[in-house]
Design a binder for this molecule. Structure first.
Ligand code: C2E
Ligand code: MG
Ligand code: MG
Length: 683
């Protein structure tokens, strides 16, 4: 604005009159002052603009650095730690802290913090690292209740600032906090504190919000990864940890054991009767039963080990690291269809695994209601506890498995604890089983033949085929060393098939080699295990073998023990009749050693009995002689033919002949030998 005095002076001067010098000078000076003022104003505007531009450029660069790191980070805490250091350095904050948020209800400090200069700051840092804030309480609580950046210009004047006392003691003046957002929810909160006053500004708040979004992307990725991992490590039906997670947890627990390797126990639980439920009520019912079983097992473990310690299948793994205490911890896993495993860590009481097993058994003893059905199942449980002899977790679990199989074999709802002796026996059996399988595929069996002689004439009537295992290391293994295992594992069916075919071929070859004229060609007698004999298609199979090998049916005899009748007397009767129909005769082997040989003789259509060598061996005693006499009388009355086994002396042969025993077999007559030598005896 031109000044009024000057204007008045100008007006009083005639138009074309030159101004006096003084007036002119004054006029110019005033003009100059006006221009300077205007220039300074313009410069101030320009400088403010430049400064804002500079600051927004630095803020953008900060955001860019944090975004870059967020893109590379695998964990939220890594990205947050980087952001804390960058923001403190860039904006001059003294302390930064972070919280994880659970269910939008509470903010738990996650031990991720940054301090520029810790001196005089420790009490506030400690309070910040250890306080959990509920929704609405304190600075983090305010962010939870209203997810945006919150500013405290002066902590001394703030009513809702839980750490006010300690903040004042540490000379803290200002604070701010902003949420880390993922899928519209607060997943974490970052807070910053300064000993200087810090003004809140729109651009600053905007940048913090952006940083919160960038960090949230890391949380989203982390959650997605956790979900994937959880799916890969949990059973979808029961949500329990699966075999993978169990193994991971158990292996690392084993590595943490002290030099005495004590403190870890494994319970392998296999349900009894689950298959029957599945078959009878269908798979959906089976699934329901498994889920209900899992819940009961969990309850039982809660009751014995303590609820807190049972790892919750879907609980947050992030918590786990914060509260890993040295107390007994139990993991229940589903490791197979109807198989569960309980891993016990930090076991200090040796009686605990057994107590847990008892609690599990008790829970399963009550029936389950599945729809309108009531079903009863049980469990076979094997327990193994770590000790200095174990080199890794797998070995402990293997022994628990062995104990479980022993429990299964012992009947329903049994618990067996593994012992070293059990281990030796079972391992030998398993090694034998493995070798036997190999022997079958490698064809390591041979047959020896022992002649069966007409006691009166001394002529050979036939041969008993006796199997041996030509073991590559152990040499010739007698059947007593492997037949029981072969029977126990079902492998006897494969071995027996080979024996039958081989014996039929051998005798058919023998028949073909010689002319027999009037005498009966020799027979072959083949031992048949009960499982083989009771196979549903045994007789059609027998007929096929007879046809394929060309052996005359009357020259083939089968030897079975009374075990067949014990297993299934009705079926045995039918098979015996059908064998008779095709012309194959059957002998009752080892007669007299079982419990009920006599009763079977009456009820089952056997053709021959073989008196066990136990009676023959003691025939010099009058009582035994009487027994043999009685057996022979009975057999003759029933129209059965008789073979005496185990004749080892001339006296035995003479006594048996005197009693009217038709045939005999034994070392005195001939030991079992290879085919060629045995058959050569005929000449
Ligand atoms: P087994 O059927 O009672 O066979 C007779 C056994 O008594 C044979 O033993 C034979 O060597 C033995 N022996 C024969 N004469 C005498 C004697 O005078 N004194 C003594 N002390 N023993 C004598 P091996 O060959 O060791 O067979 C034992 C058992 O193994 C057989 O008893 C039979 O139950 C079973 N076995 C043998 N081969 C087979 C087979 O191919 N299949 C099945 N399932 N079992 C077989
Ligand atoms: Mg026999
Ligand atoms: Mg016998």
């Amino acid at each position: 604005m031109p000044d009024r005095g000057a204007v008045a002076a100008l007006k009083s001067v005639p138009i074309d009159m030159p101004l006096p010098v003084d007036a002119r000078l004054g006029q110019l000076e005033r003009q100059l002052a006006r221009e300077r003022k205007a220039r300074q104003a313009a410069e101030a505007i320009a400088e403010a603009g430049l400064r804002a531009l500079y600051e927004s450029k630095r803020s953008l660069a900060l955001l860019q650095r944090i975004t870059d790191r967020a893109n590379d980070s695998d964990t939220l805490t890594d990205a947050v730690a980087f952001a804390q250091a960058e923001i403190c350095a860039e904006m001059g904050w003294d302390f930064a802290n972070a919280y994880l948020v659970f269910s939008m209800m509470e903010a738990v400090p996650c031990d991720c913090w940054h301090v520029a200069n810790p001196s005089h700051m420790m009490p506030f840092i400690h309070a910040s690292r250890t306080t959990t804030f509920q929704r609405g309480v304190g600075l983090p609580g305010r962010v939870l209740a209203n997810p945006q950046a919150h500013w405290i210009p002066d902590v001394r004047a703030d009513e809702n600032f839980a750490r006010r006392e300690v903040a004042i003691a540490c000379h803290i003046v200002a604070g701010c906090a902003f949420p880390v957002m993922a899928r519209g929810e607060v997943v974490a909160i970052c807070e910053f504190f300064s000993r200087k006053a810090v003004e809140a500004s729109e651009p600053l708040i905007e940048i913090l919000a952006q940083i919160g979004i960038q960090l949230g992307r890391v949380a989203e990725r982390e959650t997605a990864r956790e979900t994937l991992l959880r799916d890969a490590q949990h059973d979808p039906l029961t949500t329990l940890p699966n075999r993978v997670l169990l193994h991971e947890r158990a292996s690392s627990a084993f590595k943490r054991l002290g030099p005495d390797r004590c403190g870890l126990a494994v319970l392998v639980i296999d349900l009894d009767g689950f298959k029957a439920v599945n078959d009878k009520l269908g798979h959906d019912a089976g699934d329901v039963l498994l889920v209900a079983t899992a819940a009961r097992l969990r309850d039982a473990i809660d009751g014995t080990v303590g609820g807190e310690s049972v790892s919750r299948a879907l609980g947050s793994e992030r918590y786990a690291g914060l509260e890993r205490a040295r107390r007994t911890r139990a993991t229940l896993a589903r490791t197979g269809g109807d198989e569960f495993v309980v891993l016990l860590e930090n076991v200090t009481d040796d009686a605990l695994p057994r107590a847990v097993a008892e609690a599990l058994q008790a829970e399963l003893a009550l029936p389950f209601s599945i729809g309108r059905d009531e079903v009863a199942i049980g469990a076979s449980i094997g327990i193994a506890q770590s000790n200095p002899t174990y080199g890794d977790y797998d070995a402990v679990q293997r022994d628990a498995d062995l104990a479980m199989y022993e429990a299964k074999a012992a009947g329903r709802a049994m618990t067996v604890t593994f012992t070293e002796t059990m281990g030796t026996v079972v391992r030998q059996r398993m090694a034998l089983e493995r070798d036997l399988r190999g022997a079958i595929t490698e064809n390591q069996f041979v047959l020896h033949y022992q002649s069966i002689v007409d006691l009166k004439s001394g002529l050979i009537k036939g041969f008993e085929a006796l199997v041996r295992w030509q073991h590559p290391q152990r040499g010739l293994v007698p059947p007593g060393d492997f037949i029981p295992t072969a029977e126990g594992t079902g492998l006897i069916v494969f071995i027996g098939d080979w024996v039958l075919r081989e014996a039929c071929h051998a005798i058919a070859r023998l028949h073909a080699r010689m002319t027999w004229g009037k005498i009966d060609p020799p027979f072959v007698s083949v031992n048949i295990a009960p499982q083989q004999f009771l196979q549903p298609d045994f007789v059609p199979y027998l007929r096929t073998v007879v046809m394929e090998t060309g052996v005359p049916a009357r020259c083939l005899k089968l030897e079975v023990t009374e075990g067949v009748a014990v297993l299934d007397a009705d079926r045995t009767r039918r098979v015996l009749e059908e064998c008779r129909d095709i012309g194959v005769r059957v002998a009752l082997d080892d007669f007299g050693t079982g419990y009920s040989s006599l009763s079977y003789l009456h009820s089952l259509p056997f053709d021959i009995i073989k008196i066990d060598r136990a009676f023959v061996a003691v025939m010099d005693q009058p009582k035994s002689l009487k027994i043999v006499h009685t057996i022979l009388d009975l057999a003759i009355n029933l129209g059965l033919r008789v073979v005496a086994e185990g004749i080892e002396t001339a006296e035995q042969q003479a006594a048996l002949t005197a009693l009217g025993c038709e045939m005999g077999q034994g070392f005195w007559l001939s030991v079992p030998m290879e085919e060629a030598r045995a058959f050569a005896l005929l000449a």
